[in-house]
Design a protein around this ligand. Structure first.
Ligand code: FES
Length: 578
């Protein structure tokens, strides 16, 4: 890599607040002293913001106040001044109607928090699904040096000696309960054992996917994303990240030097090899947009067709993140993937991706498979097009029953989530195992917020017959911990008049994953007649953030970012200091 110039003290961004001999800087310094700081705390030192997504209502970030202290230790060791700054915590579990509605909110908050304060660099503390893309989107737009510290997965769940995975086993045992195969007491015991330590979901859900992707992009220390939250190696990684944040300020190593087209391709290769969440597509498109790059859906499909799934972790496989860590973690997986990676990409520690994985080894070949003995030859995700999804749809093929990879069946249509909830278990519902269940109005605008409703429930009467998968279709997303033959992200969404809105019960829908198509047997004239009769649903919001969201959110294939935030600014606008 080329030499990166060192910054001088006078180049520090925070000097604009603390350096000048004027009245305004007097105010900044005297108020720093109000907080008990001494000029020795800041003179000649980079100020490192620790953007902390902790809150009492983020289940996955309960340890983040402790992690922030560990990062501070590292910043102080390296001669910086750490300042902890809270930003929206955005936990999946309690944020309604869906955390996706607020991903762009956190991205904006992260960017503006960095912009309006005297900070020279930042450590970003995230993990639970949307926090990783949101923090990085904000950092890319602000373009000051950042290190991403992933919160780490929780330990394996346990029920009577059986390993439980978050999300995946919730859906599995919920279906067994609905089918009458487990008792209320069993269900209560599962509730006690499925999430038993700090950390994010320990399946290859969106959190584990996005933290792996952030590391593959080059924004975390090598191996960081696989370390369980409660492992002491996580502590050392956090301290080391604090030290690194100071170093990269002096080196002026900014996101724009790391988040290149090749780095995004590495991220997608990783996503496919780990069987990552379909949500990663929406997030990566949005993140790339902030870096001024375009990622068409076909890029994901191309990479999916040549990169096999080699990680045997649920929901596409058998193991959990803890097993992945003991098997060598992401470094070992990337080592296996070397032929598919751009190894000369710069990463946040100043070394290339190739240098970071040079000594990595796989310790368990059951968990991380060799390229020539993959879990599945096809990568995790396929992109579909056709008259039902002119702008694209996606499916996690590795989580779908192969009997449905090519399937035609009659539609059973639900006009929204409430309609689905009211009728899905009706014994009179005209549905068979060959039907295609369709949910309308579940997209970015229609739901709103494109929630994770995409793993539509199997009707109870079919569950009782032993049916555990069938073709399901929506413009929603799906939790990364979910599974099944679920066509997702259908675009344009039904709420803006996409073809999905025009479907009726009995329409013959064809899914062809190998052929990458998704269509309905309707003529253009029939489409036109239905379109003429279609009426847009009323907007969900008339004011506030919701209104801003509805007015500016883009469709799934554009990443669902706000249109006015997309793109890389020609220069990073700095606040006037008066
Ligand atoms: Fe936070 Fe799953 S709920 S990662």
């Amino acid at each position: 890599m080329g030499e990166i110039p060192m910054k001088s003290v006078d180049d520090l961004r925070s000097r604009r607040w603390f350096g000048p001999a004027d009245l305004r800087s007097f105010g900044h310094r005297s108020r720093a002293k109000q907080m008990g700081w001494d000029s020795k705390d800041w003179e000649g030192k980079p100020i490192i913001a620790i953007l902390n997504t902790w809150s009492d209502l983020n289940t996955c970030h309960t340890h983040f106040r402790i992690v922030a202290e560990q990062v501070k230790k590292g910043v102080l060791q390296a001669g910086g001044l750490p300042v902890e700054m809270p930003v929206m915590s955005l936990g999946e579990i309690y944020t309604k109607p869906t955390s996706m509605l607020y991903r762009n909110f956190l991205a904006m908050e992260a960017e503006e928090t960095l912009r309006c304060h005297p900070v020279d660099g930042a450590v970003l503390l995230g993990g639970c699904d949307k926090t990783t893309p949101a923090l990085l989107m904000g950092a890319f737009s602000m373009d000051i040096p950042v290190v991403y510290v992933p919160g780490g997965p929780m330990l394996r769940g346990n029920w009577r000696g059986e390993v439980l995975g978050s999300g995946s086993d919730v859906w599995k045992y919920w279906d067994e309960k609905r089918a009458g195969n487990i008792t209320e007491d069993d269900w209560s015991e599962i509730e006690d054992g499925i999430a038993r330590s700090p950390g994010h979901c320990m399946t290859m859900g969106t959190a584990s996917t996005m933290t792996a992707v952030a590391e593959a992009l080059g924004f975390s220390l090598p191996g960081a994303s696989s370390i369980p939250a409660s492992d002491s190696n996580h502590t050392r990684m956090a301290v080391q990240s604090g030290r690194l944040a100071v170093e990269i300020v002096w080196q002026d190593r900014r996101p724009s030097q790391i988040a290149t087209k090749e780095a995004f391709e590495n991220a997608i290769v990783t996503d496919m090899a780990i069987g990552g969440s379909t949500n990663a597509i929406v997030h990566l498109v949005a993140m790339a947009g902030r870096a001024g790059l375009s990622l068409p859906l076909e890029t994901f499909d191309d990479i999916s067709q040549r990169v096999p799934l080699i990680l045997d972790v649920r929901p596409s496989g058998r193991f959990l993140m803890e097993d992945f860590y003991y098997a060598g973690g992401l470094r070992a997986l990337l080592k296996e993937l070397e032929p598919h990676l751009h190894l000369n990409c710069l990463t946040v520690n100043g070394r290339t991706l190739g240098e970071n994985i040079v000594s990595a080894e796989v310790h368990n070949r059951e968990v991380i498979r060799p390229l020539d003995k993959p879990v599945s030859k096809a990568g995790g995700t396929a992109v579909l097009r056709g008259n039902l999804a002119p702008n694209g749809a996606v499916i996690k093929q590795t989580a779908a029953d192969p009997q449905f990879w090519q399937h035609t069946g009659p539609a059973v249509v639900f006009k929204d989530y409430n309609d689905l909830a009211a009728r899905i278990d009706d014994p009179e519902l005209p549905v068979t195992k060959d039907s295609v269940i369709v949910l309308q109005n579940a997209g970015p605008i229609g739901a709103p917020g494109m929630p994770e409703w995409g793993m539509l429930p199997i009707p109870k009467k079919l569950l009782e017959q032993g049916v555990r998968d069938m073709v399901r279709v929506s413009d929603a997303r799906m939790s990364g911990t979910s599974y099944g033959t679920c066509v997702l992200h259908v675009s344009p969404e039904s709420a803006v008049g996409g073809p999905l809105a025009l479907l009726r019960d009995g329409d013959a829908i064809t899914l062809d994953i190998p052929g990458r198509s998704f269509s309905v047997a309707l003529t253009e004239a029939e489409f036109e007649a239905r379109r003429a009769a279609w009426q847009a649903p009323p907007p969900h919001y008339e004011r506030g953030y919701g209104k801003l969201y509805l007015d500016h959110v883009t469709q799934a294939e554009q990443g669902c970012d706000f249109d006015f935030l997309h793109g890389k600014p020609a220069s990073v606008p700095e606040p006037e200091i008066h």
